[in-house]
Design a binder for this molecule. Structure first.
Ligand code: BGC
Length: 769
């Protein structure tokens, strides 16, 4: 665990330059706007340890699979989010020596991520080997107003000399992915140009043929006056730059602005890319850096008004939760249903492909409450559009009759994951996708989503479950064999309680959804039935038979559900009794030892208790929690938040708070020693869930928004804004009660501490426990 980020409620601050921390900081200080994003690489050259990362949403490369032993059904490729052209580059050469923080004396280094207004700032003084000292102040952002645009302000001031400084703003597309399977480069050169202050390059991805045009224009100012610059073009394969020499005076600041645009063939015909890129560049240059930044700040303030969580009395927790919300908002804007949320967002390459069940299970609750309804709807539509591929995927594995198995990892709907225990067996992801439809409708009330999109997905998923179970003559019940639950420390197990519960729940919900659409949109119902050749009587009958006769492992004496068959044959040891040197297990133990042990990677049975809150009483939850929690090592960042929520329900306030601490500053403090690979973007939504669904106990039941809050001991209060249907509410939990303000929308009834309260528009109420 590191502890070098300064505590501040709105800013992430690093003071002093430690090259050993640079890759971690490159992740932490990442920027993004939903359309593109980047790690916090330096503008000037840097020859030290770095992971260069610039990403354009949705642009990927199908890197040929590399596995030790091929199995039928494996996908041919693993989709990779591509490292795209580096557009931040500004090379600075003083007296023939390149400015490179790995090679000079660095002082007064400071990096600040301003989360309130959405920009990154960096300043330092460098002393080069020739003794020249220079101070640099850089500021940049990816615009959330104009998602194809970004801008940089790079100010240099010679401190102890006057003289010539050579400056070269460039765009470099000759980049590669650190995780490339065969050390291949993924981009081909299409065209480039450099004219005056303008630089453009267009690149094309190999195999997938995405084209991305990246353009920039620089401008230079001295003492507030624009300087006329005669720049020399430099054009190379996949590279475009303009180089010029400035005559700098000691103590005087010169500012280089770089206006940037990234457009991709996802949104323009390839032959129109360059002109589209130029149009954006002209537009933003006309606006200027300061206006763009003002607009950026306003847009971020608006986002914060929808999504902020304010914690009084604990600045470190405040910084942690805002960092999570900020990074989530930078990753997905919800404007484009072709995009999704990768576990690392735009902050690194790990997990390559974009979409995991993380989106439905963890991110959906966050976006539902903190962003307009369309944002979550677009996440659901993403899966709807990939239904055909999910059906193809299931067919590859031997399922038929329209059964759909969504992939474990995907970019375009095709499966990219290739470890049989996960690809073929971690099928619970199908359940999370169905649950997200239910959750979206429960939260928004948009029941008609079923008519147009939801039901078709549900039928595909339920048809899969129907074929995935089998009748056990011995048990005289249905069983589900050979699965991996969310706990990936068990593979090829039988009757994973969570997966089986998910499967029958999907069946029940699909039957309900069929009934709804039949009653409310009978035309659509009929056409869907014929499109899917759905046999209303026979298929529902078969599903119902499974619902009524499914086997779930239980231990009556302990009063718990069994994670899988024979779980109790394991030697039951509590995590607290493991030697510290054995942790994390996934780095210290052989896989064989992990599989045979009782240790649980992440919430599994308890994940089911989280989803199906209303189905189980508190005593059942308590027994299962008390049994499984001590066995859980939380070696997935997705785990502690579920435990925090359940501990909150059980009144285990200190436990809930401790779990929350493990997620909220996971990346800021580099808890797992892996922040340098990128941030844990999807688990950040889990942190939000810990506070809102955990500490505040927010949930929706029978169309009513409910709260069962408590105030963590250290905090004086915490408050958050949420959208719920037509309302925006501010909820503030203080010692002894809850203030709820109905900021906008009609009068609303909510339940707090089990009491119904009616709150008119503009009215604030205080409810005591
Ligand atoms: C977890 C999965 C998760 C994936 C991506 C894995 O370590 O076990 O549940 O989907 O990471 O976040």
């Amino acid at each position: 665990m590191k502890n070098y980020i300064k505590t501040d409620e709105w800013n992430i601050i690093e003071e002093g330059f430690d090259p050993h921390l640079n890759k971690i900081s490159e992740s932490i200080f990442s920027l993004g706007n939903g359309h593109m994003g980047q790690r916090a690489n330096f503008e000037e050259a840097y020859s030290g340890e770095t992971l260069q990362g610039n990403y354009v949403a949705g642009v990927y490369y199908p890197d040929k699979t590399r596995v030790g032993w091929w199995k039928n059904g494996y996908p041919e490729y693993f989709a990779k989010v591509l490292n795209a052209a580096n557009w931040v580059g500004i090379d600075v050469v003083i007296d023939g020596e390149q400015l490179d923080l790995a090679k000079c004396k660095v002082s007064d280094f400071k990096r600040v991520l301003n989360m309130q207004h959405g920009y990154l700032e960096r300043s330092f003084t460098a002393e080069l080997s020739n003794g020249n000292q220079i101070s640099v102040k850089a500021k940049r952002f990816c615009s959330i107003v104009d998602e194809e645009a970004a801008a940089i302000r790079y100010a240099i001031r010679p401190l102890n000399f006057s003289g010539e400084v050579k400056v070269t703003p460039f765009i470099d597309g000759d980049v590669s992915n650190a995780d490339s399977n065969y050390d291949e480069k993924f981009w081909d050169h299409v065209s480039n140009e450099a004219l005056g202050s303008d630089n453009y390059i267009t690149l094309k991805t190999r195999k997938t043929n995405f084209e991305v045009c990246t353009g920039s224009r620089f401008a230079v100012q001295h003492n507030g006056e624009a300087l006329r610059i005669d720049a020399e073009p430099i054009l190379k394969d996949k590279y475009s730059a303009s180089t010029f020499t400035l005559n700098l005076k000691q103590g005087e600041e010169t500012v280089i602005y770089k206006y940037v645009c990234n457009v991709s063939s996802q949104n323009y015909a390839p032959e129109k890319l360059l002109s589209a890129c130029k149009t954006v560049i002209h537009r933003i240059v006309d606006k200027g850096f300061d206006v763009m930044l003002e607009e950026q700040a306003d847009a971020w303030l608006k986002k914060w008004a929808e999504s902020d969580i304010v914690i009084e009395g604990d600045a470190s927790a405040q910084q942690g939760i805002r960092f999570n919300i900020f990074q989530l908002s930078q990753t997905y804007s919800g404007k484009d249903a072709r995009l999704n949320i990768g576990p690392k967002g735009f902050t690194g390459e790990k997990y390559g492909g974009s979409t995991y069940w993380d989106t439905e299970a963890y991110c959906v609750p966050f976006y539902l409450a903190t962003a307009p309804q369309e944002v979550t709807k677009n996440l659901l539509i993403y899966r709807y559009k990939q239904l055909d591929k999910a059906i193809e995927n299931a067919a590859k594995l031997g399922f038929d009759k329209g059964a759909a198995l969504y992939p474990m990892v995907t970019m375009n709907g095709e499966e990219c994951h290739n470890e049989w225990e996960i690809t073929f067996e971690e099928i619970h992801r199908n359940g999370a996708i169905a649950f997200a439809i239910f959750n979206y409708i429960r939260y928004t009330g948009d029941q008609d989503y079923l008519n147009d999109f939801g039901l078709e997905v549900l039928i595909g998923i339920t048809r899969f479950w129907k074929q995935r179970v089998n009748w056990s003559a011995a048990k005289k019940q249905y069983v589900m064999l050979g699965v991996t639950g969310p706990n990936e420390y068990e593979n090829n197990i039988n009757n994973n309680w969570y997966t089986s519960t998910m499967a029958t729940w999907c069946m029940e919900y699909t039957i309900e959804a069929l009934e709804y659409v039949k009653t409310h949109a009978s035309d659509k119902y009929q056409s869907l039935l014929s499109k899917l050749s759905f046999d209303e009587i026979e298929e529902i009958k078969a599903w119902q038979h499974i619902i009524d006769n499914m086997y779930y492992g239980e231990d009556k004496e302990l009063g718990i559900y069994l994670q899988q068959d024979n779980f109790l044959d394991k030697e039951i040891i509590h995590v607290k009794d493991l030697p510290a040197a054995d942790r994390p297990l996934n780095q210290k133990w052989s896989w064989d030892r992990i599989l045979r042990s009782c240790f649980i990677k992440q919430a599994d049975v308890l994940q089911g208790f989280y989803f199906f809150r209303d189905k189980y009483d508190l005593d059942t939850l308590r027994r299962n929690y008390n049994f499984y929690e001590p066995l859980t090592v939380h070696e997935s960042s997705l785990s502690p938040c579920i435990h925090a929520i359940l501990a909150s329900r059980l009144g285990l306030e200190q436990d809930a708070y401790n779990f929350y601490l493990r997620t909220s500053r996971l990346d800021l403090d580099d808890y797992n020693n892996d922040t340098e690979d990128g941030l844990h973007i999807t688990s950040m939504a889990g942190t939000w869930m810990s506070v809102v669904e955990g500490f505040a106990g927010m949930h929706v039941q029978d169309d009513v928004l409910k709260f069962e809050p408590f105030l963590p001991g250290k905090w004086q209060s915490f408050s958050f804004n949420i959208g719920f249907r037509a309302n925006t509410l501010n909820v503030k939990i203080v010692a002894g009660g809850v203030h709820i303000a109905n900021i906008s929308g009609r009068s609303i009834s909510v339940e707090v501490f089990g009491k119904m309260v009616e709150i008119g528009e503009g009215v604030s109420v205080f409810v005591t426990q």
